[in-house]
Design a protein around this ligand. Structure first.
Ligand code: SF4
Length: 349
């Protein structure tokens, strides 16, 4: 790709003057890059900062991550979503302990073998932490590159990513891989923004940018439409008994696997029938309103009920926890947070 070496030079100069101060950029380490990159998948930088700092305080080494209890790990992750990322971090930490004596390998191929580490994360760790010439192409980088080159192919086509990876890797052999990869990510995050708002007038690459000169910035990247999400209608229950809240553990596989949840079911049966099936004899039942939660492939349209009951005998596989225990020990995915908040407001009235 023409000019990519000059582009890299200008980009790095801009980055050195404009890079944001972020916790994972201070004292760069392979462990820190790995944790931050996993957290940053699907989550905004601003939201990740406080999670990253707390995570590194609680689990500052691979050894501690490999030995942490699942409950504590998920509690540290609570609110970030996509909990498989946290579970895979621990599995990979165990692999690093067993196979590499607790030292993250400085090899792209070996990193790719670890649980939860894909091409992008392996490239980011190799380049940012070890200074190796490996590319790290994510959605931000694809957006910048397709605009720079007015690149017409669909970015959902895996070949496109491959093509950019090869081109970037070639340039990385002649420049600073850590700075280049960080600078192009930073440009995508701060200047070459998605959704109609790129700040082309502040862009250090404007003179190279074909999309800008052709006045076609908003046409890139080309992307085939996503599949429609499946919609599920669910009834959520905030069930209190003797000052304790009912929680249920989700199945070991599938969506939000092995995490705690408010008891809930598909809206095929009425709330009354559902409670009867669980053996909950309620004293009062109040509506908590409707809300929705969007996952990658599914959308939950939810309707909530606040239940006060006197006895929890026969309520199969629920655990009963106080508000304090819930806050300290149990990680509940954010899909339930609206009803947890509202439920405790109703309870504490
Ligand atoms: Fe992106 Fe605009 Fe810069 Fe081109 S000039 S790379 S479209 S911000």
């Amino acid at each position: 790709m023409e000019n990519l070496y000059n582009i890299a030079k200008d980009l790095i100069t801009w980055y050195q003057k404009n890079a944001r101060i972020l916790p994972w950029r201070e004292n760069i380490s392979p462990y820190g890059v790995w944790i931050s990159e996993i957290m940053l998948q699907q989550t905004r930088v601003e939201a990740v900062k406080k999670y990253y700092i707390r995570f590194m305080e609680e689990l500052p080494t691979i050894k501690e991550l490999s030995e942490v209890s699942d409950e504590k790990l998920l509690k540290l992750w609570q609110g970030l979503g996509y909990y498989n990322r946290a579970k895979n971090l621990k599995k990979a930490a165990i692999e690093v302990m067993e196979q590499y004596h607790g030292v993250i390998p400085n090899s792209y191929e070996k990193l790719l073998q670890l649980k939860g580490i894909g091409e992008y994360t392996a490239g980011a760790i190799c380049s940012i932490a070890f200074g190796l010439p490996e590319s790290a192409v994510d959605g931000n980088v694809l957006r910048v590159m397709t605009r720079l080159y007015a690149y017409e192919k669909d970015i959902m086509d895996k070949q496109v990513k491959k093509e950019f990876s090869i081109a970037i890797k070639e340039v990385l052999k002649h420049t600073n891989p850590s700075l280049f990869n960080q600078s192009i990510m930073e440009l995508g995050a701060m200047v070459c923004l998605p959704n109609g708002t790129p700040k082309c007038n502040e862009c250090p690459l404007q003179k190279y940018c074909k999309a800008y000169h052709q006045n076609r910035v908003m046409e890139f990247p080309h992307k085939s439409p996503k599949k429609q999400r499946r919609i599920e209608y669910r009834t959520m229950f905030f069930i209190m008994c003797q000052n304790k809240l009912a929680l249920h553990k989700r199945p070991e596989t599938g969506l939000l696997s092995n995490l705690w949840e408010l008891p809930n079911g598909l809206k095929e049966i009425s709330p009354f029938e559902q409670l009867l099936q669980w053996g909950v004899r309620y004293a009062t039942i109040d509506e908590m309103g409707k809300t929705k939660h969007i996952f990658t492939h599914i959308q939950w349209n939810m309707e909530g009920y606040y239940i006060q009951t006197d006895s929890f005998e026969n309520c199969a596989d629920f655990v009963w926890v106080t508000q304090c225990e819930l806050q300290q020990k149990y990680a509940l995915p954010s899909a339930f947070s609206v009803y947890v908040k509202k439920g405790f407001e109703m309870f504490n009235k």
